[in-house]
Write a protein that binds this ligand. Structure first.
Ligand SMILES: [Zn+2]
Length: 281
């Protein structure tokens, strides 16, 4: 190891600065969302079977709720602009703007060049969890999704077909996207209900049994027309392992609620990002 310089401690003692101060971001009007949600009626639902994926559609201005109707279960969520699948959820930038884990008031931001809110989180029955003694928090945007390639690598060649990556690929294919293209459209997820963090000593990504229980939910407002794809992770509550059939797995429920348009007065779908894409050329 390199010999520490004489001023090593002084360099370490420099205070950090927030990379992206969020005080100039457009603020979510939670009072408006609450009013709209109060008068909304349910218009549809999709059940995601254990170790599988399903797609669902949510028109701009509607709400969708992801819940655990049975037992503790983690979900891996992808979001697309329903009218242009090249605009999709950007986990990394969302993490940079809001932090490692999301809750009420945070947005799910879309990829470049749109970079706009796709959905706003409006309710979270696990918001009480906060941060535990291990540094664990709920609903992360730090994991990517369990996938058969990493599993093949780490297991010495085992093939498993029900990782979230594959579940999302099949669910997208069922929407009419040809399988070869579907896999390429799957992207880093919001890990709904998953409890994760980084270990303090080695900085490794960890998971632990989700605190989610039957009836818990995370609810979103769709800022644009959405195609959502959700996988019920083969890890179940992700308390032991994923990428296998070992864990107890449960379904997830997606419900869509449409407000009275009169209650949405004052809200407009966010425009795509205003940067002109000239890049100094
Ligand atoms: Zn998974």
């Amino acid at each position: 190891m390199t010999q520490p310089p004489a001023d090593a401690d002084a360099r370490r003692a420099v205070a950090p600065v927030i990379c992206y101060p969020d005080d100039t971001l457009p603020v979510a009007d939670l009072a408006l969302y609450a009013r709209a949600r109060a008068g909304a009626r349910k218009t549809g639902e999709v059940v995601v079977p254990p170790r599988d994926g399903r797609a669902f559609r949510v028109p701009a201005g509607s709400f969708f709720r992801i819940s655990c109707p049975d037992g503790a279960q983690v979900g891996d969520l992808n979001l697309f602009n329903a009218n242009d699948l090249s605009e999709r959820f950007y986990s990394g930038k969302t993490r940079a703007l809001h932090g490692t884990h999301l809750t009420v008031g945070d947005r799910m931001w879309s990829s470049f060049p749109a970079l706009r809110p796709m959905a706003t989180i409006t309710a979270d029955t696990l918001d009480w969890y906060g941060v535990d003694t291990y540094g664990g928090r709920v609903h992360d945007v730090i994991g990517t999704r369990c996938d058969p390639y990493t599993h093949w690598l780490l297991s010495g060649g085992d093939r498993y077909h029900h990782c979230c990556h594959s579940n999302l690929t099949r669910a997208l294919s069922a929407e009419g996207v040809v399988p070869e293209q579907a896999e390429g459209l799957v992207h880093d997820v919001l890990n709904v209900f998953m409890c994760t963090g980084f270990t303090a000593d080695t900085g490794q990504y960890f998971m632990k049994a989700s605190p989610v229980r039957r009836g818990d939910y995370l609810e979103f407002f769709a800022e644009i027309d959405l195609l959502g794809v959700l996988s019920a992770c083969p890890g179940g509550d992700c308390g032991s392992e994923h990428s296998s059939d070992a864990a107890a797995c449960h379904p997830l429920l997606v419900e869509v609620f449409a407000p009275d348009p009169a209650d949405l007065q004052g809200w407009t779908p966010p425009p795509i990002n205003g940067y002109d894409r000239s890049h100094g050329l």
